[in-house]
Design a protein around this ligand. Sequence first.
Ligand SMILES: NC(=O)c1ccc[n+]([C@@H]2O[C@H](COP(=O)([O-])OP(=O)(O)OC[C@H]3O[C@@H](n4cnc5c(N)ncnc54)[C@H](OP(=O)(O)O)[C@@H]3O)[C@@H](O)[C@H]2O)c1
Length: 175
Amino acid sequence: MSLPLVFIVAVAKNGVIGGDNKLLWRLSGDLKRFKALTMGKPMIMGRKTFDSIGKQLPGRETIVVTRDANWRHAGVHVAQDLDGALVLAQTTGQRMGASEITVVGGGEIYRQLLPLADRIEWTQVDLAPEGDALFPPLDPKEWRESAREAHLRHPEAGDEADYAFVSYQRITNGR
Ligand SMILES: NC(=O)c1ccc[n+]([C@@H]2O[C@H](COP(=O)([O-])OP(=O)(O)OC[C@H]3O[C@@H](n4cnc5c(N)ncnc54)[C@H](OP(=O)(O)O)[C@@H]3O)[C@@H](O)[C@H]2O)c1
């Protein structure tokens, strides 16, 4: 049986997720949640997001999607298209005994894989910065909110905004 596909994303009120290939906010609670949600699982990401992180994250299997046939990075799996990335993520996930596959961005990858996503772990960031990477709008007929946890920012921890952790479940099963 195939492992579910779970998106993990932090989105500003205006749909922005990044700019100039960087994150646009600092939220320590969100970084902790990202780590907890991805640990022990395969992570599919676009080549630009990998460049932005700049390194392999320990305890997870990274699958980078790029059209560049020469792209390599030690310890990282590479796929030249999304179908290849999904197959690699399924086999890697089964081998690791993972409960699910994660998709961690960026905008191009979220947009193309959204029709296949089963769940979205969404951090709603109470900011509206300018940026060039966006999360696609969610169709309310396809997604329902199943959990929400609001957090006030902790300036002493370096948080730059209030935020909420929101889980969305797919409600349509037409695929
Ligand atoms: N807020 C969040 O949760 C979050 C999460 C992740 C990233 N981000 C932000 O998002 C931004 C990056 O997103 P982005 O949309 O610019 O780039 P991206 O989705 O990370 O990567 C795009 C790259 O992926 C490869 N690619 C895309 N579709 C492909 C396909 N169908 N087949 C093969 N390769 C494919 C291409 O790589 P090549 O050019 O090498 O061919 C493309 O240039 C950054 O600002 C980052 O900080 C935010």
